[in-house]
Design a protein around this ligand. Structure first.
Ligand code: NAD
Length: 500
């Protein structure tokens, strides 16, 4: 073990003092490569205090000061794309090209934050009554805590902090303990970009650090992304402590394929969206609903393609799919395939037991495909978060949509068809926050917001885009009367103010 991953508090790295640590493993080799400090209550408090102190000046800093930092940060991030992607691959395991995509999508939100000047323009109505003007302005919330999952260790934090700090807030990030290094590198780049000390802090840790943030009186708002049970818990707990909360949860994303769809395009999309990043994406397609008689042909096309995907270490440019995050998670994913036949599924591809030469201890799992999956099967009911695709069959469009809408999750959903009328109906009828028409992973661009429905999001606001800016600001309406110097005072009037 060569190094430990520190916290980042008040503008500098801080070694952990709690004596609690977690191992950080290279998923391709199974070796523990470093360890990460788990914050104590005192360390959480130190980070929140640093953020609170910094808020006193950052909260009133000019938009020009804030955007100058963000533009410099954008340039640094751009210059270090490759290095950050390599850090992601080393601890998460995803292939380098996929990690580069993650950095690019995070950069998109930094670019949005660089343009905060136009997004934060208020509204003004003049002469709403005699010599009375009304302005609506938005001000920062204060200290924001961000709690993020393992599957996008750079992008998901960047869904949050660029906009939060652009809006004048200060930030405490609690990244996943499984791949904590990218967050510290982002903190270093923010410091290099000139961000004042304390505006961005990182506390490493597990559940204890999260509990500390949720209950801390110095935290005003919480942005959470992770699994549904934890999202629900974070929302309940943090709102009970009087904080505003957006908590994004897990998913089971469906792709409805109508009989008139281009089956080759649909099969390509299903394979890319189901197995990319080894299925460890909240927008992964994990259930394909084949409508009508084309199901057999579609499954065959998916199988042919999936069999050719090269699984290997993320740092090897020849690899298309990397390992899973931990051995425990790999075993859990495998258990869904093991139990599939008993649950009534047809196992078309079984990826259990895959090994990669030279990397025998990696967390490998090959691509798995289950067909004719009943809705009662465990593999369908649970979010697997691995390279397992379930195919379900439906007779009609209506039956397919009903099936999609019966899911407790509502993150993303896609339809593949050549029929514009059916696609339009689907957009309106499907119960999901993000919809793709012939687009399997409809992750919105930075200036639209990302978020699901039902058990995929707790709270009112989606992340980034317009919703992100609203979440990180509080509205204020200012009503102003400037009497003309020639006017006589209005005098006392106990009636409720009316506009004349
Ligand atoms: P997770 O819920 O286990 O962990 C998320 C964060 O919460 C981590 O920082 C973790 O340390 C912390 N945490 C874990 N258990 C906790 C507990 N009991 N109490 C308090 N904090 C706790 O999620 P994960 O395994 O890191 O990430 C995968 C999950 O995240 C999947 O369910 C995936 O769908 C979801 N996800 C959702 C989105 C989205 O936008 N909706 C995006 C990415 C990932």
């Amino acid at each position: 073990m060569t190094k430990t991953v520190p916290h980042w508090i008040g503008g500098k790295p801080v070694e952990g003092t709690s004596d609690r640590w977690g191992p950080v493993t290279d998923p391709a080799t199974g070796e523990v490569v470093t360890r990460v400090a788990f914050a104590s209550a005192d360390e959480v408090d130190a980070a929140v205090t640093a953020a609170r102190d910094a808020y006193a000046t950052w909260g009133v800093s000019s938009l020009a000061q804030r955007t100058a930092v963000l533009f410099r940060f954008r340039a640094l991030l751009d210059a270090h794309r490759d290095e950050i992607a390599a850090l992601i691959t080393a601890e998460h395991g995803k292939v380098h090209s996929d990690a580069l995509g993650e950095v690019a999508r995070g950069l998109e939100i930094v670019e949005l934050a660089c343009g905060i000047t136009t997004q934060l323009k208020g509204e003004l109505s003049t002469q709403v009554s005699n010599r009375v003007d009304v302005a609506s302005i938005r001000q920062p919330v204060g200290v924001v805590a961000g709690i993020t999952p393992f599957n996008f260790p750079a992008m998901v934090p960047m869904w949050m902090f660029p906009l939060a700090i652009a809006c004048g807030n200060t930030f405490v990030l609690k990244p996943s303990e499984k791949d904590p290094s990218p967050s510290v590198r982002l903190a270093e780049l923010l410091a290099e970009a000139g961000l004042p000390d304390g505006v961005f802090n990182v506390v490493q840790g597990d559940r204890d650090a999260v509990e500390g943030l949720l209950a801390h009186p110095g935290v005003d708002a919480v942005s959470f992304v992770g699994s549904t049970p934890v999202a629900r818990y974070v929302h309940t707990t943090a709102t009970a402590h009087g904080k505003r909360v957006q908590a994004l949860g897990g998913a089971k994303n469906h792709m409805l394929v109508l009989p008139d769809a281009d089956l080759d395009a649909a099969a390509d999309a299903a394979v890319s969206a189901a197995y990319g990043s080894a299925g460890e994406r909240c927008m992964a397609v994990s259930a394909v609903v084949a409508v009508g008689a084309t199901g057999d042909a579609l499954v065959e096309k998916i199988r042919e393609r999936a069999e050719k995907i090269k699984v290997g270490p993320g740092a090897d440019p020849a690899s298309e799919m990397g390992p899973l995050i931990t051995a425990e998670h790999r075993d859990r994913v495998a258990s869904y395939v093991t139990g599939a036949a008993e649950d009534g599924c047809e196992v078309v591809l079984d990826g259990i037991g895959l090994t990669v030469e030279g990397y025998e201890n990696g967390h490998w799992m090959g691509l798995s495909l289950l067909d004719k999956v009943p809705t009662t099967a465990r593999a369908y009911r649970d979010e697997i978060f691995g390279p397992v695709l379930c195919v379900l069959r439906a007779e009609t469009y209506e039956e397919g949509v009903a099936l999609v809408n019966a899911s407790p999750y509502g993150n993303g959903s896609a339809i593949f068809t050549r029929d514009g009328g059916a696609a339009r109906r689907f957009q309106l009828e499907v119960e999901a926050g993000m919809v793709g028409v012939n687009v399997p992973i409809p992750v919105p661009v930075g200036y639209h917001s990302f978020g699901g429905w039902k058990d995929s999001l707790f709270g009112d606001h989606h992340v980034y885009g317009t919703d992100g800016i609203r979440f990180y600001t509080r509205g204020k309406v200012v009503t102003t009367r400037w009497p003309d110097p020639s006017e006589t005072p209005v005098g006392i009037d106990l009636g409720f103010p009316r506009n004349h």
